[in-house]
Design a protein around this ligand. Structure first.
Ligand code: HEM
Length: 373
């Protein structure tokens, strides 16, 4: 864990080591100062500075997402079983263009009344001493995804089970939970889901995309909402005014997706270090978001009046930048408006201690025990 900065500062950051993720920040700060590129495993290069992370994410010709998946043959058929985030141009460009209308701000804005209604229903059911993750932050993104997909909430409880079962984006089709998910996805794909965009996709592509939303979109939102509530309470910022700015600061300081991976398409360099074709680069967004070179010496401080707030990398950058950003911002704002309106004196339980939930790439509180007031 982070407490061992003094002894561990110069050792490489191994993104697959879960012990870093309760509080990775002191260690990442040390690496930014002392070791901007490190090699925790043969053929893996970890970059932690803002400029290096941005450069990697911006250039898919050199830093491929598709080649992260060496076990999958590079054929159009195999591509249909890869998530949008795992493709390179031109396959990525085509699919993203087809899907984008579902995520347009105007379409997403129409969901606000539904999000509010779902959030109010969940807030009504909260009980004293409740865990706000289990009672609110986890079920809300599921209910909103069901609404986004134009299906009723009846199956929403399954989404978390599926997300837990298919922990990565590959190899899931052999899992015993897959048939139930696939039945749901095939039903959903022929309905009014996502502004009708799935109708223009091949059936396998549509199922793959719904799978991605469940495995990545829903858990990320749960973590973002948990992180946001925690941040607002700790910063004594539990009020409705200035929420959009507070949300951006929370996403900057506590991004749910800690890092992104890419694979070099040719021999090149990263942060001045040589990289061979086929080697991995891990771009640690969580570190870039606190880089003083970009954000100033108070980069670790919650400052919702900070200029240029939205330039953080919580939603990635470049051609793969998160398609769900508008939907995420909407849900975070409405959810906290509802909670603050209903429970203006909400407090963390005095014995609260942060425990990380999420896989090795993501981070949010496992539980948030609160007193409702
Ligand atoms: C706080 C919540 C979320 C965070 C932090 C987040 C973060 C990210 C990040 C960092 C990427 C870039 C991946 C890469 O560069 O390889 C991404 C991609 C994506 N996100 Fe999100 N996401 C969130 C919620 C959502 C939601 C709710 C949806 C949809 C309902 C969604 C849909 C997508 C899609 C489709 C992509 C792939 C875009 C592409 O590859 O072109 N995300 N997200």
């Amino acid at each position: 864990m982070s407490g061992s900065v003094a002894s561990g500062a110069t050792t490489a950051f191994n993104p697959l080591d879960l012990r870093h993720t309760d509080d990775p920040y002191p260690r990442l700060a040390a690496l930014r100062r002392e070791r901007p590129v490190s090699t925790p495993l043969p053929g893996w290069h970890v970059v932690v500075r803002d400029a290096d992370v941005r450069a990697v994410l911006a250039d898919p010709a050199v830093w491929s997402s598709r080649r992260n998946n060496t076990s999958v043959p590079e054929t159009p058929e195999a591509d249909r079983e890869l998530a949008l985030s795992q493709l390179d141009p031109p396959a990525h460009t085509r699919l993203r263009r087809l899907l984008s209308p579902a995520f347009a701000r105007t379409f997403v804005a129409e969901l606000e009344p539904v999000v509010r209604e779902r959030a109010e229903a969940l807030a009504d059911r909260l009980e004293q001493g409740t865990d706000l993750v289990a009672g609110f932050a986890a079920p809300l993104p599921r209910a909103v995804l069901a609404a986004f997909c134009g299906v009723d909430d009846a199956d929403a409880a399954d989404y978390d089970r599926w997300a837990g079962a298919f922990t990565d984006l590959l190899g899931h089709r052999a899992h015993p939970e897959w048939p139930a998910f696939e039945r749901w996805a095939r039903r959903t794909a022929v309905g009014p889901a996502l502004n009708g965009v799935l109708a223009d996709l091949d059936r396998t592509e549509a199922v793959t995309f719904l799978h991605f939303l469940i495995v990545a979109g829903v858990p990320n939102l749960r973590h973002a909402l948990g992180n946001l509530v925690l941040r607002l309470l700790r910063e004594e910022h539990w009020r409705a005014d200035g929420l959009p700015e507070a949300i951006e600061e929370s996403l900057r300081l506590d991004p749910p997706a800690l890092w992104q991976m890419r694979t070099a398409t040719r021999d090149t360099t990263v942060a001045g270090a040589p990289v061979r074709a086929g080697e991995r680069v891990v771009a640690v967004v969580a570190s870039a978001n606190r880089d003083p070179a970009r954000w100033g010496e108070d980069a670790d401080v919650f400052r919702p009046d900070r200029p240029g707030l939205r330039a953080h990398l919580a939603f990635g950058k470049g051609p793969h930048a998160c398609l769900g950003a508008s939907l995420t911002r909407l849900q975070l704002r409405v959810a906290t408006e509802v909670l603050i309106g209903r429970y203006p004196g909400l407090r963390l339980a005095p014995d609260f201690r942060f425990r990380r939930a999420g896989d090795f790439m993501s981070r949010g509180p496992a539980a948030l025990p609160v007193h409702l007031e």
